[in-house]
Design a protein around this ligand. Sequence first.
Ligand code: NAP
Length: 259
Amino acid sequence: MKIGFIGAGKMAQAIISGLDKEKFEVYISSRDFEKTRIIAKNLGVNQAKDNIELAKFVDIVIMSVKPQVMPKVLSEVKDYLEGKLMLSIAAGLTLENLADLTSKQLEIVRIMPNINATIKESTTAICPNELVIDTNLEIAKEIFSSIGQIFQIEEKDFSTFSAIAGSSPAFIYIFIDALSRAGVLHGMPKDLATEIVASTVSASANMLAQSGENPWSLVDKVSSPGGTTVEGIVSLEENRFVASVIDAVTKTIEKDKRL
Ligand SMILES: NC(=O)c1ccc[n+]([C@@H]2O[C@H](COP(=O)([O-])OP(=O)(O)OC[C@H]3O[C@@H](n4cnc5c(N)ncnc54)[C@H](OP(=O)(O)O)[C@@H]3O)[C@@H](O)[C@H]2O)c1
């Protein structure tokens, strides 16, 4: 099966490096031919002469240009997409926007990977339009499963997903930094404290996933009666920790909806 990426930037390269090249024959095209030639060589994939040649040649087109460039690029290639599957990772462009920019008959899957695609641990949302047949949806899922975990969601939930999976790594980094800074306040070197916290955050997420328990029951398990942890938890609550996080997510969603 031939897959073509239009746009060969950070996200396309992250996806391509995770793909099984035995199974998928990968082509790329981008803005600058010479720059794209080097990227194709480094990734061990083929380069198309231009966006149109790529769209004509492949079975699946993955649109990986910036959202503001999408109208121009789709107007170039839309006549060559008939009967193909188009996947779009462009943030903020809905299935309806994409159909308006191409054709009402096109099978389109809207996809939202996150920054962790660069280490093949993306948390990716996927949503097909009503024309996508099951086998094509499975192919889209297979492509994005190669760079992490996928979640098929309703399109109305994309803004929420982009806050709790797209923006949340930034919130989590702030939390990690706050914990390690507290380590520094109490005399530990920053690098060491950050490494300790990152290891604890990663293991706690794995524990949650593997145990199948809900977060609060794990909080209770760490909190001995009259002990040290519950002292810290009460302090977090006095400082509106949970409410602050929820406010931050709500603000992020509201901003996304205004864009
Ligand atoms: N990065 C993320 O964490 C992330 C997360 C979720 C979704 N996304 C989405 O992924 C898409 C790509 O983002 P990115 O971070 O990979 O951006 P990027 O690194 O800037 O890549 C964009 C690519 O598009 C190319 N391009 C520009 N104009 C073009 C044209 N007319 N024809 C063909 N290619 C063209 C660029 O080439 P030049 O470099 O030569 O200009 C570059 O290779 C965006 O729509 C974004 O919303 C990104």
